[in-house]
Design a protein. Structure first.
Ligand SMILES: C[S@@+](CC[C@H](N)C(=O)[O-])C[C@H]1O[C@@H](n2cnc3c(N)ncnc32)[C@H](O)[C@@H]1O
Length: 315
């Protein structure tokens, strides 16, 4: 039978916990007070957060854990993990970093501190791209700024005829994307280069003669002035290079336009996820600056009815 260590026993007594007949602690007892602490710390959706952390501690799939946690128990080390993770969450560490992995579309990705956490609306973007390419036979894709690999790897997972190359400025993200590719068994169709796209050095030397059918990117697009409105999870724990799009949010996207002129084959497409003010601006930039080179095809809305995604064609 499991026995509490002296430390956790002391903790259990201090918190007025009641143990079960097995000597373990019912999860419902361990939860006491944490909902309020999370709320006080400004964490939204506390029930979801608690259930994610309980599932993670018990190494169970989220959807197999009952909402009322009935019959679930923590042993001693699980209880101390649970408390440690909740303390981190009260300090507004993102759930994804606490848990160390996150589901995106139908794949599970490892996460790492400083690497951009894939967002739910990016799943919508990826679905849109998949929908447009699902009947193709062969697609050479390039991703600019792949982060954890979420977009490329979920497309590769769904569409077996796609090959993908990604460039990424962060060393940590480059390593993580490669690790995720291997964990998902996609390393044969995926390559990632640690490269910062810059004016006049858009691609690494070894790729400078290659052309692509499709370029995708979710570039940093937050306007610098909007940083003051972001949650602590983002400002404190995420890498600002993954977010900062300069004064109009399009600093990196403008580099992607130039890259697309050089590296898309004629008729190839550039798909971008951007902020909701950007699609009309991008359309204007295409008309004013890229006539005869790039053509604005269409824009698309996310589930919150915000115009967020654009499709551009190489003329
Ligand atoms: C908003 S994140 C998107 C990450 C990933 N595509 C996703 O959707 O989860 C932008 C990514 O672009 C990378 N990045 C920013 N500027 C870059 C540049 N000039 N060249 C290459 N990568 C860049 C950042 O490091 C970051 O990983």
């Amino acid at each position: 039978m499991f026995k509490f260590t002296t430390r956790t026993l002391r903790l259990a007594l201090k918190r007025n916990y009641t143990t079960s007949a097995s000597g373990n602690l019912p999860v419902t007892n361990a939860l006491k007070g944490w909902r309020e602490k999370l709320k006080d710390a400004g964490v939204e959706d506390t029930d979801f957060n608690l259930k994610c952390i309980v599932s993670h501690v018990l190494k169970k799939k989220f959807n197999t854990v009952p909402d009322d946690f009935a019959q679930l128990e923590f042993n001693s080390s699980q209880l101390s993990d649970f408390e440690r993770f909740l303390e981190a969450r009260c300090a507004r560490m993102p759930l994804q970093h606490i848990i160390g992995e996150w589901d995106f579309m139908d794949i599970t990705l490892k996460t790492a501190p400083t690497v951009f956490i894939p967002r739910p609306e990016t799943e919508e973007f990826v679905r849109l791209v998949i929908e447009n390419y699902k009947n193709d036979k062969q697609v050479n894709m390039l991703e600019v700024g792949c982060g954890s690999g979420a977009m490329s790897l979920s497309i590769l997972h769904r569409l077996p005829f796609v090959d993908a190359i990604a460039i990424e400025r962060s060393k940590a993200a480059t390593a993580l994307a490669w690790e995720n590719a291997k964990l998902l068994g996609l390393q044969e169709r995926f390559k990632v280069y640690n490269h910062t796209m810059e004016e006049d050095k858009y691609m690494p030397d070894e790729l400078k003669d290659k052309k692509y059918d499709l370029i995708i990117s979710n570039p940093p697009y937050v306007k610098t002035e909007e940083f003051q409105f972001l949650h602590p999870e983002v400002v404190v724990y995420e890498n600002l290079n993954a977010l900062d799009g300069g004064s109009d949010g399009l600093r990196v996207a403008r580099l992607v336009f130039e890259l697309a002129c050089r590296y898309l084959r004629s008729g190839g497409k550039l798909w971008l996820e951007l902020g909701n003010e950007h699609p009309p601006l991008v359309k204007t930039i295409m008309n004013l600056k890229y006539q005869g080179r790039l053509k604005f095809v269409d824009s698309y809305y996310d589930q919150y009815k915000r115009e967020r995604f654009v499709q551009i064609e190489k003329v």
